[in-house]
Design a protein around this ligand. Structure first.
Ligand code: SF4
Length: 141
């Protein structure tokens, strides 16, 4: 039912600018991102463990999708947003909840374990949402 997403990926999508673990991973994430950008009423199902983005995690990169540290990361973010596993809601509701519950600087504490945090794109993504913007178009390659 809807696009299955785990907790931390709700924020990763806000900062997605076309970077990722492999060409296959980014092609899939781009498809999901554009679907949510173009159809914000698309239903999201919040899941525990691997989701629609993990599905294309490359086989030749050290796997982490089932690690406890990643599960804890999901839980920190779901707690911040006031969401739980199994909830189904439109993506636009996630955007509204981020606007109300998250500030850009929260990325530093919520995502302190993440290798992508230093790029600053996720903080910038939250900032755009706080300014009332929707997901922006992806940069052209
Ligand atoms: S810092 Fe990492 S985990 Fe957090 S939103 Fe960005 S990419 Fe996702």
């Amino acid at each position: 039912m809807g696009i299955r997403l785990r907790g931390h990926h709700l924020l990763c999508l806000l900062g997605y600018r076309g970077m990722g673990y492999s060409a296959g991973f980014t092609a899939n994430m781009t498809r999901v991102y554009n679907e949510l950008r173009e159809r914000p009423e698309t239903p999201i199902e919040i899941v525990k463990g691997p989701d629609a983005l993990c599905a294309c995690f490359p086989a030749d990169v050290e796997p982490h999708c089932r690690n406890d540290s990643v599960a804890k990361h999901d839980e920190r973010i779901l707690q911040k947003l006031g969401y739980g596993y199994g909830m189904v809601l439109p993506w636009s509701e996630v955007i509204a909840r981020v606007r109300d519950n998250v500030v850009p600087e929260d990325i530093n504490t919520l995502c302190y374990t993440c290798q992508w945090r230093s790029y600053g794109v996720c903080e910038a993504g939250v900032r755009l949402i706080k300014q009332g913007e929707r997901l922006p178009p992806l940069p052209s390659k």
